[in-house]
Ligand binder design. Structure first.
Ligand SMILES: N[C@@H](CCC(=O)N[C@@H](CS)C(=O)NCC(=O)O)C(=O)O
Length: 233
């Protein structure tokens, strides 16, 4: 059995989408990030960066339990465990997937996350920061659109790289972006969104954590962005 430590955020959705694509059974362990559940010592043993998602596979292929944090590592593990699905074993094709996955992990996620923060969550509107991360979001959208003019999906065939990027582009309005301005990106976005497993991956999350759609305020803001996160250990 797989335990997914999850909250309804783009990094959480990546894993529910992949689990649905793979048809694996899994148990969702909700970690309400706005309530500080991620500082629970049992969770920290699994996820030392105290962020979701994390995964425990109670029976990994070597016969022992395996705990993983970082969504990219979790995706690579699940793809390999299931016989290299959505990340081919072939060296060159595998690295096509890995480089676009790393582009998401190192660029798309952190930069768009900062765009969300400064445009939507920051208590003070800081024009320099808003401009910086909105421009960077647009630059990343251009990189994606250019790539998707050459290939149907980021790594050629549909892969974990597409599943990693898609949830981050859903809140494109929060990033000050318009997907319709990028025809290749829009074509890809519609194709990924139309996949039944993607819809299931998002629905699992919505059913359980609808309240998370609210903008953090008061105590949940302090837990997410204030002093509390630095005093947790
Ligand atoms: N690089 C990490 C990022 C994880 C991450 O930022 N998770 C967010 C939710 S999307 C979280 O736990 N936020 C709570 C916090 O940062 O305090 C990954 O891809 O797994």
């Amino acid at each position: 059995m797989l335990d997914l430590y999850f909250w309804a955020t783009p990094n959480g959705y990546k894993i529910t989408i992949l689990l649905e694509e793979l048809g694996l059974a899994y148990n969702v362990v909700p970690i309400h990030i706005g309530k500080g559940e991620r500082f629970n010592p049992d969770f920290l043993k699994i996820s030392p960066n105290n962020k979701i998602p994390a995964l425990v596979d109670h029976q990994a292929p070597d016969g022992r339990p395996l705990a993983l944090f970082e969504s990219g590592a979790i995706m690579m593990y699940l793809a390999e465990k299931c016989g290299w699905r959505f990340m081919p074993a072939d060296l060159r094709r595998r690295y096509d997937v890995i480089q676009w996955l790393m582009f998401q992990m190192g660029g798309v996620g952190p930069m768009l996350g900062q765009a969300h923060h400064f445009r939507r969550y920051a208590k003070e509107q800081i024009p320099y920061a808003i401009e910086r991360y909105t421009s960077e979001a647009m630059r990343l959208y251009r990189v994606l659109d250019t790539r998707l003019a050459q290939a149907e999906f980021l790594a050629g065939d549909y892969s974990i790289a597409d599943m990693a990027v898609y949830p981050w582009l859903r809140p494109h309005k929060w990033q000050g972006q318009d997907i319709a301005a990028w025809p290749n990106l829009q074509r890809w976005y519609n194709a990924v969104r139309a996949r039944p497993a993607v819809q299931r991956g998002l629905a699992v999350a919505h059913e359980r954590h609808e309240k998370n759609r609210k903008k953090p305020s008061g105590e949940s803001w302090d837990i997410l962005f204030g002093e509390q996160q630095f005093q947790a250990r």
